[in-house]
Design a protein around this ligand. Sequence first.
Ligand code: MGD
Ligand code: MGD
Ligand code: SF4
Ligand code: MO
Length: 684
Amino acid sequence: MKIHGACPHDCPDTCGFITEVQDGRAVAFYPDPHNAITEGWLCAKVRPYLDHVYHPDRLTHPLRRTSPKDAPPEFERISWADAIAEIGQKWRAIIAEHGAEAILPYSYSGTLGMVQMGVASGRFWNRLGASQLERSICGAAAEQAVNLTLGARWSVPYEAVAHSQLVLIWGHNPVSTAPHFMPHLKKAQKNGTQVVVIDPRRTRTAKGADWHIQPRPATDGALALGLLHVIVRDGLHDAAWLAQHAHGWEQFAPTLANYPPEQVAEITGVAAEDIVKLAHLYATSKPSLLKFADGLQRHPNGGQTVRALCLLPAVTGQYGVLGGGLGYSTSGYVQWDSEAIEKWAECPPPGRWVNMNRLGAALMGEVSDPPIQSLFVFGANPASASPNAALIQRGLQRPDLFTVVHELFMTDTAAHADIILPATSQLEQWDVHKAYGHTQITLNEPAIAPLGECLSNWEVMRLLASEMGFDEPWLHQPAEEIIDEVLAATAVHQPALAGLSVATLRGKGAVPLAISPAVPYAGGRFPTSSGKVEVFCAALAELGAEPLPRYVPAVDDGGNDGRFAADLALNLITGAAHHFVTTSFGNSAAMRQHEGTPFVEIHPEDAAVRGVVDGQMVVVENGRGSVRLRAVLTDGVRRGVLVSPKGRWGNVEGGQVNATTPDALGDLAGQSTYHTNTVWVSGT
Ligand SMILES: Nc1nc2c(c(=O)[nH]1)N[C@H]1C(S)=C(S)[C@@H](COP(=O)(O)OP(=O)(O)OC[C@H]3O[C@@H](n4cnc5c(=O)[nH]c(N)nc54)[C@H](O)[C@@H]3O)O[C@H]1N2
Ligand SMILES: Nc1nc2c(c(=O)[nH]1)N[C@H]1C(S)=C(S)[C@@H](COP(=O)(O)OP(=O)(O)OC[C@H]3O[C@@H](n4cnc5c(=O)[nH]c(N)nc54)[C@H](O)[C@@H]3O)O[C@H]1N2
Ligand code: SF4
Ligand SMILES: [Mo]
């Protein structure tokens, strides 16, 4: 039997795959040869997926904690009935004393499926009246910036790069994070397309570029405004396009006087002549594509940075041009009908919002009235993946906190649980997927029966709904019925989905959607309130934010309590690892071997000042926490910058970078600010 599925991981490519099953066991797993994005190959992480699915460490039955919270974890096996009854009993007591807002669900991107991520994070929790989680760990600031500036997150398809003369890849590492874009880019490059990468690190992507520019972290806003300054100063802007399609350009243009190349060079560390050269190259190579993702904006000024970036294609008249414009995200084309997902209308008013980036602080008392008394984690690993994780771990050790973790593996987070529930993998569950790198819809059919006693996220929500006495039919529907309901509700505002259902999608793999307009923002039409690019954004002014893009320096004091010398501070960047998806696969022996011993890249001059030699173990620390890493001396990082990719498991490696990362929020949408992270390095 051959069963079609969709890769559930947080990756724009959302590949299609096929699982072959014999006697109930998956025996072969390979890319769907007909999937136009996957194009016959899966990435290194997912190729050996059956090792992940049948990993000997899979959790296969519920567990109850038998050791104190601050002691090494010990668990005993319990039945599902006992687990759910115990959760219900605890929650009823918490609700009676503090109200349902004392319960916080915490979920993110273990799977991107509509049912197992979307519906499972919504319906039951809304009905319960639990605290709402502000899911701003990833790209919240960029999403808001793009939505408000351009009206919607639309992007050209990967293959449109064939038409680009120049591709400016800005703070983005697609070799690792959007692999199926790369064959298109390489082919274009062979045909003469120039590729420029802007990244403080010489990433795998930067290594293949024609020109690599290494600015100081979090200074990209200044760099973008500096490019705009030069383009306008030298008359390379498209004044006619701006007059017709840009709202507030007249107010904004004079502010560019603040960003002459010499001053921008001071801020960014990029030479003034390079700023001028890049401005001229960008403005005279047409079509020119500006491609970025979310890593770039995980800084306190990330929202304004993305606003400034959005103006580059505008000032050169590149929106609506095939092969030009912006390659950020396609997620605006299909937005699942929110009411069908959430059932807001049938629930009590939403509970108070808790920002997921402040989990540690929230557990330690920042959130009170009521305090958080119970945490339910699924599809996320906050003790390793979320910022200021050392504080999160202290919060999870609170003896009075009742923590339930629904997981496939004994993660750092699960190890802190009172109750662990075993979760199905993607081969064991129903779902439907859209993508943020393309416009296909893919049904994921379960290929095998759940391992052991594993249940999917949505099945757990159904059990919890029964336990809490909620008998609304929309809390008890099978996943397939939900898929049909949400597809139909979404087709009302996105006609490209018309006719799609479980029945029509089964056995098909990915279905491409006929999206209109075919070229985003064609004709200079933007779905904003003015119908134009919102250079001046009144909505931001109303939110108390800057209505015109401008550069504001980013700062982090590293939680310095006086122990560390200010002049020895470094900025640690912790972007994607090639062989993990955040912490997913961080427990895979093969992937860990590919990544090598957890390392930190440091410039040889910075190392010399600190007496650090290549290969030595060093302590990277600040007032928030510390991690031991192997020093890799390389001029691939600029001076003042350290790089150590995210994804390691503290309980496997003995530590991980998020012990040090800040939980300060960015300038827009409560964004995480991982990469403005001041740390100190010393030998051990
Ligand atoms: N292999 C793999 N793929 C992944 C993931 C993964 O963990 N591993 N994660 C997935 C997720 S959750 C996401 S959101 C996407 C993210 O996709 P990307 O945004 O492409 O990935 P990141 O590595 O987070 O960030 C990209 C680059 O930003 C650089 N950067 C950091 N700060 C700055 C800055 O101030 N200026 C500039 N110019 N560059 C900066 C980093 O050095 C990094 O190389 O990738 C997804 N794909
Ligand atoms: N230092 C640093 N940290 C970062 C970032 C960074 O750039 N730097 N990037 C951030 C970003 S962009 C993101 S998106 C977040 C992601 O952070 P998280 O959303 O926490 O993602 P993961 O760490 O991959 O953890 C997902 C967990 O879900 C589990 N899981 C998978 N499928 C299922 C399922 O169907 N059901 C259940 N119950 N569990 C499942 C997996 O086993 C895994 O343990 O990380 C952030 N962390
Ligand atoms: S992680 Fe990305 S590239 Fe790898 S199989 Fe999944 S969707 Fe494809
Ligand atoms: Mo992300």
